[in-house]
Design a protein around this ligand. Structure first.
Ligand code: ZN
Length: 242
């Protein structure tokens, strides 16, 4: 068995995690933690490029972010389902990688795959802790301690539970996104990002700057947790009120 992961990001398509939490993954990896990415589909339904080209781009993006591993579940793109076979397959991967923190897409999404990826992965995180669910010889049950939902680009009236300051890794995030030239060069929209007429790369910068402004920093990535965030020392709380 390999060393457990500190953080695992799971998403529907190659390039999803770069768009929503790439700066955070790069920041955690840079701090010396073990980070992984699981893409559920190969992106074969994408209008631009091919699944093979996206595979090569995803590999380069993972190296750019500094993550330890990236795997692909090979589920059918645009046909993701929260069914028993999909849950069991993700459970297997969770028991192998044993992440402490899992980052998922927000459970509301423009693309149905994003919404279903969030649900199927969340359910698998719970089921992976049940010893009698889909047992495989040599694999111990494992339930991740924490689930975070990446909230970037969502317009629902949900306030981020917190924003990660990605000012130091924003350029790394953009370099990882630029690895997907087949998807994004000349694009005006992507995933959950609606077009404004601006270049997609500029649009991501503007959005990241907005999230950064919420914590009075140049760039940020927003997250949501159902649980309340605990604070030890109220004197150490950042973000000026007045
Ligand atoms: Zn996507």
């Amino acid at each position: 068995m390999s060393e457990p992961l500190d953080v695992l990001a799971i998403a529907a398509h190659r390039d999803d995690v770069e768009l929503t939490c790439g700066g955070t993954l790069a920041k955690v990896a840079r701090a010396g933690h073990r980070v992984g990415i699981v893409d559920l589909t190969q992106g074969e339904m994408g209008t631009r490029g091919s699944a093979e080209r996206r595979a090569a781009e995803a590999e380069r993006a993972a190296r750019t972010l500094g993550v330890a591993l990236r795997t692909n579940m090979g589920f059918p793109d645009a046909h993701l389902a929260n069914d028993d076979a999909s849950r069991a397959a993700i459970v297997n991967v969770l028991r192998e990688l044993r992440p402490r923190v899992v980052i998922l897409p927000f459970p509301i999404g423009r693309h149905p795959d994003h919404r279903i990826a969030s649900e199927v992965a969340r359910d698998a995180c719970y089921l992976a802790g049940l010893a009698k669910y889909a047992p495989v010889a040599g694999a111990e049950p494992h339930r991740p301690f924490k689930i975070l939902y990446a909230l970037a680009y969502r317009e629902d009236p949900v306030k981020p539970s917190f924003v990660v300051d990605i000012s130091d890794t924003f350029e790394t995030k953009m370099a990882a996104i630029r690895c997907y030239a087949s998807q994004f060069d000349g694009a005006l929209a992507a995933g959950e990002i609606f077009p404004t007429g601006q270049d997609l790369y500029e649009l991501i910068r503007v959005q990241s700057a907005h999230y950064g402004s919420l914590i009075r920093r140049p760039y940020g990535e927003p997250f949501f947790t159902h649980e309340t965030v605990a604070v030890d020392d109220i004197l150490a709380l950042g973000v000026q009120s007045l």
